[in-house]
Design a protein around this ligand. Structure first.
Ligand SMILES: Cc1ncc(COP(=O)(O)O)c(C=O)c1O
Length: 416
């Protein structure tokens, strides 16, 4: 007898990244600018070895090989809260530790947040463009994403948002609006950061239209700045957001080691936090304690700063290498636009309006044939997706491979 699935099971679709990867397997010489992975060459092998050696040398029982607690290791939570307080003056590290929980990557925290807030048929406002795995997660839960309007420069357009909220109110949709989500520092996919004016205007517009709903600020790339940290504070300390239930998400995967899959969140709303933790208890009753113990050692001994001192300039160099190769291959002259990133792992390219770069497009197929893979921008929109955007990641490939991948990509662009 075939299994009969739940509504959730029936909605589940293969993640798009899996489809892109299977395309990659068809062509072994393919260079991937698609995966948002970190760089194997700069992963912190020595720091992890030192952390494990220190753990093994500790007197007493090896508690770090035992189950941990649901919310995460107390000392790790304290260290993460203290680090965040240095980035956000005004944040009380002790209160922050008590609101902080450790997750299996920040991806799990995103899922917990949505499970606690949303039922099928609900609505979530998302940045435009947005993190495509989060958009897939919403689809999987039967939740509808709606884009926060942006202006021509990609900044949040507060008057247009006001109009959208007005329309939603008229249509009786505001009651279904359960959350607002945005990636605020060196975004995946756009590389943009939200500035103070945008953040304040977003809060003011939501409040003015009676939409004081939970907000999720995804700061996965905040630590991966190139020249200087982005100056805008988070929703945790901005007075404009004080009335909103807030969940600030971060991770040690991007700035330290993605394979450890340790992420974390700070939630200002005790009830929301408790419900997410109850659900986490159902998922796994605690993130891998060993991985947390390694991260704890690393944070306590300055290992995260040491790793960032290596990875920040390395990613900055790789971003410049990809940018320069795309420029010298003639892409701007063919009407393509993008901005150099100031942090993170991505370049976000806008192709001429008439060029379809979607997953099923001739352009995408030609790129795979030419041996280069990218993420079609159309995947990164909650609604009304344009077809002429492309996300390129410089995380994985070395500089000579980035240059070759850029040549292949621009070669296809020249033919189209
Ligand atoms: C914007 C954003 N948020 C969250 C995540 C999840 O990261 P992790 O689960 O590794 O912490 C990612 C991963 O690529 C991301 O790009």
């Amino acid at each position: 007898m075939p299994a009969v699935f739940s509504a959730l099971g029936r909605r589940a679709r293969p993640p798009t990244i899996a489809r892109l990867m299977s395309l990659a397997l068809e062509n072994p010489r393919l260079l991937s600018l698609a995966a948002g992975f970190t760089d194997n060459r700069t992963l912190p092998v020595a720091a992890v070895r030192a952390a494990v050696t220190a753990l093994a040398a500790q007197p007493g029982e090896p508690e770090w090989l035992q189950y941990g607690s649901n919310a995460g290791r107390p000392r790790l939570r304290e260290l993460l809260a203290a680090r965040l307080a240095t980035q956000e003056p005004g944040l009380d590290p002790v209160a922050t530790r008590d609101r902080l929980f450790v997750t299996n990557g920040s991806q799990q925290a995103l899922y917990l947040a949505m499970q606690a807030l949303c039922d099928p048929g609900d609505l979530v406002l998302v940045d435009r463009p947005s993190y495509f795995v989060f958009l897939e997660l919403l689809t999987g839960l039967g939740v509808e994403a709606r884009s926060l309007p942006v202006d021509a420069a990609g900044k949040i357009d507060a008057p247009a948002l006001g109009a959208l909220l007005g329309t939603m109110k008229t249509r009786g949709e505001l009651g279904r609006l359960k959350a607002v989500y945005f990636v605020s520092y060196y975004s995946n996919p756009s590389g943009r950061s939200l500035d103070l004016v945008e953040k304040n205007a977003l809060a003011a517009t939501l409040a003015a239209h009676g939409a004081v709903v939970p907000v999720i600020e995804d700061a996965a790339y905040r630590e991966l700045w190139f020249a200087a940290p982005h100056p805008a504070p988070s929703v945790l300390t901005l007075p404009a957001w004080e009335k909103f239930p807030r969940l600030y998400l971060s991770t040690l995967t991007k700035p330290f080691a993605s394979g450890l899959k340790v992420g974390w969140g700070v939630c200002t709303d005790a009830d929301w936090l408790a419900r997410m933790l109850h659900t986490k208890g159902h998922h796994d009753f605690g993130t891998a304690n060993f991985n947390q113990a390694v991260c704890e050692q690393v944070l306590a001994t300055g290992g995260l700063e040491a790793q960032l001192a290596v990875s920040r300039p390395a990613y900055a160099r790789k971003m410049r290498a990809l940018h320069a190769a795309l420029v010298s291959a003639g892409l701007p002259a063919r009407g393509w636009h993008w901005r150099e990133a100031e942090g993170g792992l991505y370049l976000w390219l806008e192709a001429p309006a008439t060029l379809d770069t979607g997953l099923d497009s001739a352009f995408c197929r030609a790129c795979v044939e030419a041996g280069v893979l990218y993420v079609p921008g159309e995947l990164c929109f909650g609604d009304d997706a344009p077809k002429n955007f492309v996300r390129l990641s410089y995380g994985v490939l070395a500089e000579p491979e980035l240059a070759e991948a850029a040549r292949r990509f621009a070669g296809v662009a020249a033919k189209m």
